[in-house]
Design a protein around this ligand. Sequence first.
Ligand SMILES: Cc1cc2nc3c(=O)[nH]c(=O)nc-3n(C[C@H](O)[C@H](O)[C@H](O)COP(=O)(O)OP(=O)(O)OC[C@H]3O[C@@H](n4cnc5c(N)ncnc54)[C@H](O)[C@@H]3O)c2cc1C
Length: 315
Amino acid sequence: MSFDPALKKKLSALLKNQIIFDEPMAPHTSFRIGGPADALALPNTVLHLQSLIRFARQNQLPLTVIGQGTNLLVQDAGIRGVVVALSRLDTQISTDDQHENKVLVMAPAGARLKTLCKMAIHKGLAGINFALGIPGSVGGAVMMNAGTGHNSLDQIIENITLLSSNQEIRVLEKKHLKFNYRRFCWEQSSKIAKEPPVILAACFGLSRSTSAKIKKDAIRVMGQRAKNQPKTDHSAGCFFKNPPGKDGAGRLIEMAGLKGLKCGGAKISNQHANFIINTGKATSYDVLKLKEIIVETVLTKFNIKLETEVKILGS
Ligand SMILES: Cc1cc2nc3c(=O)[nH]c(=O)nc-3n(C[C@H](O)[C@H](O)[C@H](O)COP(=O)(O)OP(=O)(O)OC[C@H]3O[C@@H](n4cnc5c(N)ncnc54)[C@H](O)[C@@H]3O)c2cc1C
């Protein structure tokens, strides 16, 4: 299904060259899976973004914000309504060095986490090296509270700028923000949010160090990652959240004897059992079938119900 011609015309007039209709989502995700979105909007300015949100609301169009699609499984029938990516908004990262104990780093949502980490290395700023190698945008990383076993973004966030459900741009300080494991709990963070907010930017507090020291640590972090995670395969990273307890999801899947199992084009990685990889022509159906087998097997063997970390979008 896609929009009727009258709606398309109005949206085109509103966003000009900032909207693509019936856009396949596979190329916009690291999994390389997913049917078409009715429309993919790439607003150039926050004003265009606000107009789009207003329009979507008036016309009862579902709206889905994405970052770089590195934590997404888009279903085969695609996504109804408008998908919005913020990568064309300003992505300039800036620093504020006027504080005694820390340096504040302001990063727009559409900036890449990798760019932020590289800038920290270059400027000799400590505290964000743990995020090296996590793909995606700053907005997606905040929404997912991205991290590793060592740290997560909530530990270094000072404030976030968001567009709330009533179209207000608000800066929320860390004392008002609530995060959980791989989740920004926006419902509990802002009294005004009724729907998921759009993250526009985040400010991180980093400490002063030297570029040489940070670089040395970065090599260690990246080396560790290369050893443990499949780098070249198409995936969405860890598919399941780690359950409480000593064994992570990957270890449980491995102990269940599922490493290497395939469903169509989807396969459990031989390198890291919590990675489902697209071997070439996987569909979301293949991935979800494999997911079902994993959840059932781990539940039967260990009485642990695995929860999905990857966000499943569409129908
Ligand atoms: C090889 C690989 C390794 C990975 N390793 C890690 C890891 O070590 N640790 C980790 O935490 N994750 C990891 N991931 C998962 C993923 O990279 C992170 O979750 C990342 O932060 C997602 O960012 P994104 O921009 O791609 O967001 P997307 O995947 O596009 O979106 C993720 C969620 O955030 C929402 N969202 C995105 N942008 C915004 C915004 N501006 N405003 C509001 N909502 C928004 C989306 O609606 C969606 O619900 C890995 C993924 C891959 C492919």
